[in-house]
Design a binder for this molecule. Structure first.
Ligand code: GLU
Length: 359
């Protein structure tokens, strides 16, 4: 842990926080604590350095044991089994690392001596890893991802409270069977919905339909439930996935170029997600390029760049004529993952479209 951590007023606030945790959990101290695995992968929650006047700091530095030690009282919420799976900026998550993470989380969930898993993660791609676990880990045990918008050395860093909240959610029996969850800033989001919506603010994580719930006195309080398939009910299982096919994403904007789509096709993409304008509208000048890709068996998947709402079949583009697909309301990064997973099961366009409606 950086030296100035306990020397700051922040360390003092955290010690007060520890007393609060202890007093709230007097009843729990006599009961056996849930056994929670903490899988650390890096990110800003493990970041150090940076002045208020300068944005520069190093992500993925502080080891997991120090992260846990930075939240006094955390061990009273759960018996923690911490491991440092990787120590990276989450921008460096490749598909191989995503598979590694999912395999590890699935292995931990399969153990009888683990009741839930917390993953600490950089916020930049946190929603993608969360969604991948949501779709591929066949378990009803709580899987909770968290991170921080401010490094541990910042005044009012959000990491320690987020880690505490994530452990509290993972340790609570009511969190089971809800799929992978993202706990940030006192809210509990579904991995199906959540997106990082801001570059700086601690309330950066938001879901278009709202969070599933929040933490009240370190207890999860639920207000919504998912209707789509995930985890134990998903047809995808990390045990059967050895690699993901290449799926590209093309950003929608004015004056797009067909060459970008063609370059992805040349690179071997099996599908291309269109981060489309509005409801996924395709400009007339790109229609023949997309039709050509579909005829070559490269699936065109229409999503939206807006951040909310469904893409409707045959609205803004003639999907039936082109052979293209729509992803419902998934954002482009999640659309990439769902399309890649679906392609491990089928190459048929209508079967893929059915998969997209189910998740
Ligand atoms: N780019 C870093 C990462 O995603 C820092 C972002 C963060 O964790 O908030 O790991």
């Amino acid at each position: 842990m950086p030296r100035d951590f306990h020397e700051s007023g922040l360390g003092c606030a955290r010690r007060q926080g520890a007393r609060t945790i202890a007093s709230m959990n007097t009843d729990r101290l006599s009961a056996p604590r849930p056994r929670i695995a903490v899988v650390a992968t890096g990110g800003t929650i493990a970041g150090v350095g940076g002045q208020a006047s300068s944005p520069a700091y190093r992500a993925a530095v502080t080891p997991v044991d120090e992260l846990i030690a930075g939240v006094p009282g955390l061990e009273q919420l759960a018996e923690l089994r911490a491991e440092q799976l990787m120590q990276i900026d989450s921008a460096d998550f490749t598909d191989e690392r995503l598979l590694q993470l999912a395999r590890r989380v699935a292995a931990l969930c399969a153990r009888d001596d683990i009741e839930g898993v917390v993953v600490t993660h950089g916020t930049d791609t946190l929603e993608e890893s969360a969604y991948f676990l949501h779709l591929t880990v066949p378990s009803r045990k709580p899987i909770v991802l968290t991170g921080a918008m401010r490094p541990a050395t910042a005044l009012s860093s959000d990491g320690p409270a987020n880690l505490r909240d994530a452990v509290a959610v993972a340790a609570h029996p009511s969190s089971a069977g809800r799929g992978a969850l993202v706990v940030m800033n006192g809210q509990i989001h579904s991995a199906r919905d959540v997106t990082k919506t801001h570059t700086l603010r601690p309330d950066a994580f938001a879901s278009p339909h709202g969070p599933l719930g929040l933490l009240a006195a370190l207890q999860p309080r639920w207000y919504r439930a998912l209707t789509r398939l995930h985890t134990a009910d998903s047809e995808f299982d990390i045990a059967r996935i050895t690699a993901l096919p290449l799926v590209g994403v093309v950003a929608g904007h004015g004056n797009m170029r067909a060459e970008v789509w063609q370059a992805l096709a040349q690179a071997g993409a099996r599908a291309i997600v269109y981060a489309g304008l509005g409801g996924g509208t395709v400009p007339a000048y790109l229609a023949s390029t997309l039709g050509d890709l579909c005829r070559r068996g490269i699936h065109v998947v229409r999503a939206s760049r807006t951040g909310g709402g469904p893409v409707m079949r045959n609205a803004g583009f003639d999907d039936d004529a082109c052979g293209s697909l729509v992803i419902d309301d998934q954002n482009p990064p999640r659309a990439r993952l769902l399309a890649a997973l679906a392609l491990t099961r089928t190459q048929d366009a209508s079967a893929l479209q059915e998969v997209f409606w189910r998740y």
